[in-house]
Design a protein around this ligand. Structure first.
Ligand SMILES: Cc1cc2nc3c(=O)[nH]c(=O)nc-3n(C[C@H](O)[C@H](O)[C@H](O)COP(=O)(O)OP(=O)(O)OC[C@H]3O[C@@H](n4cnc5c(N)ncnc54)[C@H](O)[C@@H]3O)c2cc1C
Ligand SMILES: *[C@@H]1O[C@H](CO)[C@@H](O)[C@H](O)[C@H]1NC(C)=O
Ligand SMILES: *[C@@H]1O[C@H](CO)[C@@H](O)[C@H](O)[C@H]1NC(C)=O
Ligand SMILES: *[C@@H]1O[C@H](CO)[C@@H](O)[C@H](O)[C@H]1NC(C)=O
Ligand SMILES: *[C@@H]1O[C@H](CO)[C@@H](O)[C@H](O)[C@H]1NC(C)=O
Length: 533
């Protein structure tokens, strides 16, 4: 926070001088002189009380103006159903002062301006699959549900589709399927259009077309001043660039106009292998990663997991055409498997299979790291993962996985289209391993040791990668934990450009302060209080 003020001051010399910065915050100022109000019970009550008054007022105003169906209050069954609709228990456990369900962009503008007036903070939920508390929920504030923005419409020439962030990808795919087209989106049915697209978005078809953010033609976005604008390669170009990977730091997107691609039936599913096959699986992962340009129809997600005291590898394999056992996948298919669900099916059907293995209702954590693609290093990651599991393997309902994908050279090449994105990934870097550490468990008493194990895996693999010259600073937002500095990982130049776009479109810092959750422009959302780093 202090750094942010300094940065704002140093780039603000050309602007009018004001003694008190426009974003002055009493709580932060007190912290700077050594008073942490959250450590003093009486004082923290004061902060809470004023917050809570502001939010009561903002919530009742929304209710009066937009009607009872637009606002859910604690104790109502709709409120309960809403808070239960998150993927992780950590997010479902957050209790907002109210839930606001705007029906059109103008109502989103009203929310933003009322928040500025009252200083009641807010959060925005699309599919609710971000894992950590506060990412798309806010204790005591206003959580905005985008569920009414559920448009899916295809242009007449079938080249583009307009999709609202109130949809999950299953809704989008099933609506487009009768037209034999689809869009670049998530691989699990229940993931939201909003979060996935704003953070990047890896799809089954990314080796052919690139990531979701690289296939957005334009965004309709509500800005910090409540105006509704279109960002595209020809209008508000800098904002368009920033929205391609900049997350929730630039506005609330009420619709995405995206490229539509021809798509009929495809092939895909999961294959499961025992430890004896791990060396062959690692070879197949590596070879498919380096050979991605040979046949962009193929895609893979490799997970090492520990299930019922057994070490397993799960290879989720896909082919964009209705072709079983395509030759580029022959190496994978020749590995003996103890289970295999691969078949020819629709995209929507495949996303439902993967949805079933990612149920709601558990505690969840996701972590991300990026490395140059290297065969031996994949084995190193796998070994560190199983070593660190020893300390937590007895945690009830634990399902731990180290999930590996490849950011292939074709994917990196597509990042340059339409003026490039904010992620800071150049073609010269590729191919890259993107590691997604992910664990589900049931008991809050295990939170600390599960987090420590994940932090250890990310730290140890990072240190070893540094030694081997394989480290990359990129941290994929959509897989990152609250303890990771995502925007810092985009590189100093991109971080600076993002700050400067934010300064133009949001000089008062609305998205940084009144919407405090998730990955902000400066630093990680939280500091780790326990082991790890
Ligand atoms: C089971 C599972 C499968 C996954 N599969 C994939 C995959 O195939 N490919 C991939 O790339 N990632 C995948 N992810 C990661 C996924 O992209 C992130 O979890 C993403 O944040 C989910 O988006 P959401 O809309 O569901 O989440 P939410 O929690 O609703 O939103 C995440 C963040 O985005 C913000 N946000 C959402 N919509 C808007 C909007 N319209 N305007 C402004 N801000 C907004 C929210 O405020 C929040 O901060 C997966 C995650 C899970 C848990
Ligand atoms: C909301 O509900 C309250 C209580 O039932 C009612 O008095 C009020 O008129 C309703 N407001 C609107 C805008 O529908
Ligand atoms: C694909 O390969 C699997 C495993 O090698 C085999 O069982 C299956 O019959 C093959 N399917 C087709 C359609 O060739
Ligand atoms: C997917 O398709 C398969 C094969 O047609 C079918 O057996 C299965 O029930 C479908 N799954 C879903 C979730 O629709
Ligand atoms: C995904 O799974 C959850 C249960 O964990 C379920 O509530 C949801 O309806 C599923 N989504 C789709 C689109 O199938």
């Amino acid at each position: 926070m202090r750094l942010q003020l300094l940065a704002a001051a140093s780039v603000g010399v050309a602007a009018c001088f004001t003694f008190e910065p426009a974003d002055f915050d009493v709580v932060t100022a007190l912290l700077d002189v050594g008073v942490d109000v959250f450590q003093v019970p009486g004082l923290s009550d004061l902060v809470d009380r004023s917050w809570s008054n502001a939010c009561s007022m903002a919530c009742s105003t929304l209710q009066t103006i937009f009607g009872n169906g637009s606002v859910f209050m604690p104790g109502e069954s709709d409120y309960q159903a809403f808070t239960n609709s998150y993927w992780s228990v950590q997010q479902a456990s957050v209790d907002p002062r109210c839930v606001f369900r705007p029906a059109e962009a103008r109502q989103v503008s009203a929310l933003v301006l009322l928040s500025r007036l009252s200083q009641c903070p807010f959060a925005v939920k699309s599919g609710g699959h971000a894992a950590f508390a506060g990412a798309s929920s806010i204790q005591g504030g206003i959580t905005v549900s985008l569920s009414r923005f559920n448009q899916v419409s295809l242009s007449e020439n079938k080249q583009s589709a307009t999709i609202g962030p109130g949809n999950v990808w299953y809704d989008v795919y099933t609506a487009l399927e009768p037209h034999q087209v689809t869009v670049i989106g998530g691989r699990v049915a229940g993931i939201g259009v909003g979060g996935l697209t704003l953070g990047g978005g890896i799809s089954f078809f990314s080796n052919i077309y690139g990531w979701a953010c690289d296939n957005v033609l334009s965004y309709t976005v509500v800005t910090a001043s409540g105006t509704i604008i279109t960002a595209s390669p020809s209008e508000h170009q800098n904002l368009f660039w920033a929205l391609r990977g900049g997350g929730n730091n630039f506005g609330i997107v009420t619709s995405f106009n995206v490229r539509a691609i021809p798509q009929g039936l495809m092939w895909g599913g999961g294959r499961f292998h025992l430890e004896t096959e791990f060396p062959a699986v690692i070879d197949a992962y590596y070879n498919l990663g380096v050979n991605a340009a040979k046949d962009g129809n193929a895609a893979q997600i490799l997970s090492f997991a520990y299930v019922q005291n057994t070490k397993l590898a799960s290879a989720a394999l896909q082919y964009a055409q209705p072709v079983a056992n395509a030759s580029i996948l022959a190496e994978y298919m020749s590995i003996p498997a103890i289970g295999d669900t691969t078949q020819i099916r629709s995209l929507a059907n495949l996303t439902q299979e993967f949805n079933a293995s990612n149920p709601d209702g558990l505690r969840e954590t996701y972590w991300a790291a990026t490395f140059k693609l290297d065969r031996d290093f994949v084995a190193f990651i796998k070994d560190v993962f199983f070593e660190e599991l020893v300390a937590i393997a007895d945690a009830p309902a634990l399902i731990p996985a180290a999930t590996l994908q490849v950011i292939t050279v074709p994917q990196l090449e597509h990042m340059a289209q339409n003026g490039g994105n904010a992620l800071g990934l150049g073609t010269a870097l590729g191919p890259l391993i993107v590691l997604n550490m992910n664990m589900m468990w049931s008991d809050a008493a295990d939170d600390e040791r599960v987090m420590t194990a994940n932090a250890n895996i990310v730290r140890r693999t990072g240190e070893e990668a540094e030694k081997r010259g394989l480290q990359d600073e990129y941290i994929y937002m959509n897989y990152a934990s609250q303890y990771q500095d995502v925007v810092g990982g985009y590189g100093a130049a991109n971080q600076e450009r993002l700050r400067s776009v934010a300064k133009s479109y949001d000089p008062a810092g609305v998205w940084q302060k009144l919407q405090p959750g998730y990955f902000k422009l400066d630093g990680a959302p939280a500091k780790m209080q326990v082991g790890g780093k």
